[in-house]
Design a protein around this ligand. Structure first.
Ligand SMILES: NC(=O)c1ccc[n+]([C@@H]2O[C@H](COP(=O)([O-])OP(=O)(O)OC[C@H]3O[C@@H](n4cnc5c(N)ncnc54)[C@H](OP(=O)(O)O)[C@@H]3O)[C@@H](O)[C@H]2O)c1
Length: 235
């Protein structure tokens, strides 16, 4: 069982639900976020105002004092005030693509780089990076959502690469990307009306599933993209 968990991107609806469940089970919970976190967790303030590299490094240095055995990275953007996901390449906007790559790949990469030494030295450490099934290239039969799909595919490569590098120095580490399943959060809200009945999970259900995946995680699957039920998805 998780004794100490670090949740990066902790204001995400899924991240908050993970924090609540871990806290209820008695774990020490640390959260890195731009937004203030609940009272029963330790909050490290990620500041957009600082250079994001400096802010990520500072937050990680402070958060590692709690010696997490499990780390979730929940940062991710599908749409925002600047734009919705593209239906066609004719809607592709370079500035929006750069923003999605920043939120979905570069920020997680900055955190993971700051965590590298810790990951190589901590026995049985687990890292779960929230990705998306739509980032699977071989599973893409629909097209669309260019920026989000490209950024999640790149995120999966980041995780695979890191798992190999860390695994050489610490074979007991497990580092995976995970598709949480479609979950009722601000991220999925504009797309929920077309979903088949029963496909939408609450953030609490998703947190429960992810914590189950986490409990069963072993180094043998390190580098993989996992589904919310723990099965391996194709890249
Ligand atoms: N909901 C779904 O159906 C679904 C499906 C597949 C995959 N996912 C993935 O699951 C993860 C969590 O999703 P969610 O639905 O819980 O999301 P959410 O509630 O919309 O939260 C978004 C997260 O992204 C972070 N973020 C946004 N813009 C950022 C920026 N400029 N700089 C740094 N961080 C930024 C926020 O960090 P702060 O804490 O700092 O605010 C927050 O943690 C994401 O990676 C998402 O892609 C979700």
């Amino acid at each position: 069982m998780t004794q100490s968990v670090l949740i990066i991107g902790g204001s995400s609806r899924i991240g908050q639900a993970i924090a609540q469940q871990c806290s209820a089970e008695g774990a020490v919970v640390s959260v890195i976020s731009r937004q203030a976190a609940a009272d029963d967790v330790t909050w490290f303030h990620y500041q957009d105002a600082l250079q994001s590299e400096d802010s990520a490094q500072l937050c990680i240095e402070q958060a590692l004092q709690h010696q997490p055995d499990t780390i979730f990275i929940c940062n991710g953007v599908l749409h925002d005030a600047n734009g919705m996901p593209e239906k066609t390449i004719r809607q592709l906007d370079s500035a929006q693509l750069a923003q999605r790559l920043h939120s979905n790949v570069i920020i997680p990469a900055q955190y993971l780089r700051s965590l590298f030494r810790y990951l190589t030295r901590t026995l049985q450490v687990k890292v779960l990076v929230l990705s998306a099934k739509v980032g699977s290239i071989s599973d893409n039969h629909l097209g669309g959502w260019y920026s989000y799909r490209m950024s999640k595919a790149a995120l999966n490569m980041l995780v695979k690469n890191l798992s190999l590098e860390v695994g050489r120095l610490n074979p007991s580490a497990s580092i995976v990307s995970v598709h949480p399943g479609t979950t009722d959060t601000p991220l999925s809200e504009p797309f929920q009306s077309n979903l088949p009945h029963g496909q939408l999970q609450t953030a609490e259900q998703t947190a429960q599933r992810l914590l189950k995946v986490c409990a069963g995680l072993t180094p043998e699957v390190s580098g993989a993209l996992l589904n919310w039920d723990g099965s391996v998805l194709p890249f």
